[in-house]
Design a protein around this ligand. Structure first.
Ligand code: ARG
Length: 492
């Protein structure tokens, strides 16, 4: 173990701020204020920042080349020790992740370990570590979303051509393609990818060099530290840098969006799996049974996804509430930023993992879907459009078709089986072709505007989504932070 001058009072987990205090903190308060039990998750980032900082200190003459080498070796052996033995972490009484590494470094190196904190503050350290976490986390979830979207895309391709009854107010409205329905969900999740990218971009600014609030007096090369850590820029105001948690809010908002969209999909699938609908056949792998009723197969995967959304939303609201009314500068309240965000991140990654499997293995009941879509009442709007093509204002056409439907109801048959004679009594504009036209296929085919449900539009939407996913995957594979990701436990 390389040694410089042996510290006289060094012991593991020595407080970072003990000098002006006569007495130890109250035990309950100490436990209350510690963040190590949860911010130890930031350890890989803390090590990365420490390495970059040691090099920066060498450049300004605070550490010699040998001292930097010893510091880097010291950091490495602590990291190795942690990797080999989790109890090292569990047994620690460190106040936080910064205290933990400094104490361990002093234990390894003696007084040299204390030099690393030259010119820096935990206020900037925690902001830097947390930003790095959010940058990595955003990439992890983007990767998951790309995979999830691929599962949706596959279903859209496999079930191409299957019609379903599109609904508004949960009432049958107009026929659409099942693929169109699936791609609607894909659009929402695609926007979530964009939001995650934005959150990652917001986090991508390095606070190191901001000090506790005022900046750094050792002429530290902030840009070099930032580059070393994989940031693309530095924060622009030292006071803002230690106060700002907008990047965390943005990340939580992106996660909330994903959870909200997952819960909507979940609700659709729960309904579709009911006996009344019977649109989907739940995969055994993602369903559970009843302890009492042998026939039951319950959509628990979707119910739990729907249920867990509350936790994610509450993390966003929790942080917003913590930040409201805080004065400028670092406040200890900010320590409350981490647990909620970690928990929300964990929930969303778990939700996406099972949602991907459940979507991929769900079978659609094409017969039930088609049967519901084939009810002629769903073509009523197309019938009104027929009269519009004959020159009638839409409002009158709407009214006349209403009369047609009423007459059909009176006769107890679908309106498509009314005779031309009956129809002519309602309007002379009706001709033989009116009765020949209506079908699910024609109804769907007429919605040929871009973004509509006509097959050729849906086909190009499928191709577009495919391209989008491929581009994301290419970008994600080139992520500059991959170096850090490999050490975070946030498996890409
Ligand atoms: N554990 C603290 C946090 O998470 C680190 C920063 C502590 N700074 C301080 N001045 N007490 O926010």
């Amino acid at each position: 173990m390389p040694m410089t001058d042996q510290p006289t009072t060094a012991r593991k987990d020595d407080r970072l701020w003990g000098g002006r205090f006569e007495r130890e903190p109250d035990k309950k308060f100490d436990a209350f204020q510690r963040s190590f039990p949860f911010d130890r998750r930031l350890l890989p980032y803390e090590f990365a920042v420490d390495r970059a900082w040691a090099k920066a200190l060498q450049k300004v003459g605070i550490l010699t080349e040998v001292e930097v080498r010893d510091t880097l070796n010291g950091l490495q052996s602590i990291e190795d020790e942690i990797t080999g033995d989790e109890t090292f972490l569990q047994g620690s009484t460190a106040e936080d992740v910064h205290h933990f590494v400094e104490s361990a470094l002093v234990h390894e190196l003696g007084g040299l370990g204390w030099k690393l904190h030259t010119g820096r503050s935990r206020n900037e350290l925690v902001a830097t570590d947390f930003r790095l976490f959010v940058m990595d986390a955003s990439v992890v979830v983007q990767r998951q979303l790309a995979e999830f979207l691929s599962a949706i895309l596959e279903q859209a391709k496999t079930n191409f051509g299957v019609p379903m009854a599109g609904m508004t107010h949960m009432q049958h409205a107009q026929p659409i393609l099942l693929s169109h329905f699936l791609l609607a969900h894909a659009e929402a999740f695609s926007r979530d990818v964009t939001r995650l990218q934005h959150a990652g971009d917001s986090a991508d600014a390095c606070p190191m060099g901001s000090g506790a609030l005022a900046g750094n007096s050792f002429q530290i090369d902030r840009n070099a530290v930032a580059r070393d850590l994989g940031f693309s820029r530095i924060t622009t105001n030292s006071l803002d840098a230690v106060s700002d948690r907008d990047f965390a809010l943005e990340y939580l908002f992106a996660l909330t969006g994903i959870a909200a969209h997952l819960s909507r999909l979940a609700e659709d699938f729960v309904i579709f799996a009911s006996q009344e609908f019977g649109y989907v056949i739940l995969p055994d792998e993602y369903s559970t049974g009843s302890s009492l009723m042998p026939q039951k197969k319950n959509p628990d995967v979707w119910e739990l996804i729907r249920g867990k959304t509350g936790r994610v939303t509450s993390a966003l609201l929790g942080l917003l509430t913590t930040l409201k009314g805080l004065p400028t500068g670092y406040q200890r309240d900010l320590q409350e930023d981490k647990e909620g965000l970690f928990a929300a991140h964990d929930q969303v990654t778990a939700m996406l993992a099972v949602a991907t499997g459940a979507v991929a293995t769900t079978k659609f009941n094409a017969d039930r879907l088609r049967a519901a879509a084939s009810n002629p009442v769903l073509f009523a709007t197309d019938a009104a459009d027929y009269l519009v093509h004959k020159g009638l204002p839409f409002r009158q056409a709407h009214d006349l078709i209403g009369k047609v439907l009423r007459e059909a109801e009176r006769q107890g048959k679908p309106w498509t089986q009314l005779s031309l004679e009956d129809l002519k009594k309602i309007s002379p504009l009706f001709e033989q072709d009116f009765l020949a036209a209506p079908s699910v296929e024609t109804s769907i085919a007429t919605k040929a505007v871009p973004g509509g449900t006509a097959p050729e539009q849906v086909r190009s939407a499928i191709a577009e989504l495919q391209k989008r996913i491929t581009n994301w995957n290419t970008d994600l594979n080139n992520e500059p932070n991959a170096k850090l990701q490999s050490k975070t436990g946030e498996k890409p």
